[in-house]
Design a protein around this ligand. Structure first.
Ligand SMILES: [Zn+2]
Length: 301
């Protein structure tokens, strides 16, 4: 079975939505431990205005530290051209731009329509960015807390527009509304339009369907997944809900299926312990962490 790439987004999506602050030096040690577990792609921060999200204020320092970790693709999020320029200065290898498919979410979040946001990303893609990958992530692609249903046609249209100038496109279930049937349907439709440009799946485990959605996406050809260690984070619109699909559980599922992840579960658990020690009051989730490996378990060869 063909291998998958897992991008750890805990340092960005997780810490951005966490209630407890992780100091910069601890963050560096944690990211180094994640890389040591075999994660080859880590979204380490976001170039949003520091006043808006104080937990991301050290992103430039974190990016330059992460560039010293061998064989790690350093990913950062940027919401606009200014953020993109900061990401380039800091030396990110890949920059992700979220474009909300929900009109209401987009207008309240970035005060732009989805179409205006696509144009903002186009401006970034047209600016010089030698060797830096650009990803367009269609957020709220499976539903929205403000708008409710997000028309699939809108998702397909935005993904197709982004594919015109981005290196890759991802679909994100930002608020955990998606279900496996919907995941298969929308990923297949978008793939039909943009082919190999469709790369990543970003699921939240808000209603416990994170793993099921990841498997559904895998079954329709997706090989690149975002997840966060311990399901760190949460959902700003659903207090008490868990964050992203849980890295340990996702790695365990794929390895048990014989799908290579390149990630060592023991070392991943060491990184989890480090995270829990750093922010002990922050809720963490996961079944693998509670149960451990089944007897006779063999990771994919
Ligand atoms: Zn997210």
């Amino acid at each position: 079975m063909s291998a998958v790439t897992i991008c750890e987004v805990g340092p960005r999506d997780g810490l951005q939505n966490a209630h407890h602050f992780m100091p910069t030096e601890t963050k560096k040690r944690w990211i180094a431990a994640l890389a040591a577990a075999g994660l080859k792609e880590i979204e380490v921060g976001s170039f949003v205005p520091p006043k808006l999200i104080p937990a991301m204020a050290d992103t430039a320092e974190i990016v330059s530290f992460c560039r010293t970790i061998p064989n790690l693709k350093v990913v950062a999020l940027a919401p606009n051209l200014k953020g993109f320029q900061r990401a380039l200065e800091a030396g990110a290898h890949k920059v992700t731009f979220p474009v909300s498919a929900s009109r209401k979410h987009s207008e309240s979040n970035v005060r732009m329509t989805p179409e205006q946001m696509v144009e903002e990303v186009r401006k970034c893609a047209q600016a010089p960015h030698p060797g830096v990958e650009i990803e367009g992530a269609v957020s709220t692609a499976f539903g929205c807390t403000m708008q409710g249903e997000v028309p699939e046609d809108d998702v397909v249209r935005i993904a197709s527009a982004l594919a015109g100038f981005c290196d890759g496109v991802a679909l994100a279930d930002t608020v955990g509304y998606g279900n496996p049937a919907q995941v298969k349907r929308i990923f297949s439709r978008v793939k039909g339009e943009i082919g190999a440009k469709l790369e990543g799946a970003h699921f939240h485990n808000t209603r416990g369907l994170g793993l099921a959605n990841a498997l559904a996406a895998y079954e329709v050809g997706v090989r690149s997944f975002d997840s966060s260690l311990g399901g760190l984070g949460g959902c700003p619109f659903a207090p008490g809900a868990s964050g992203n699909v849980i890295t340990e559980d996702l790695v365990f599922m794929f390895e048990a299926m014989g799908v290579k992840t390149g990630i060592d579960l023991d070392r991943l658990m060491a990184a989890r312990r480090m995270m829990v020690e750093a922010i002990p009051q922050e809720p963490t989730y996961g079944h693998f962490a509670l149960a451990g490996l089944p007897k006779g378990f063999r990771a994919s060869a």
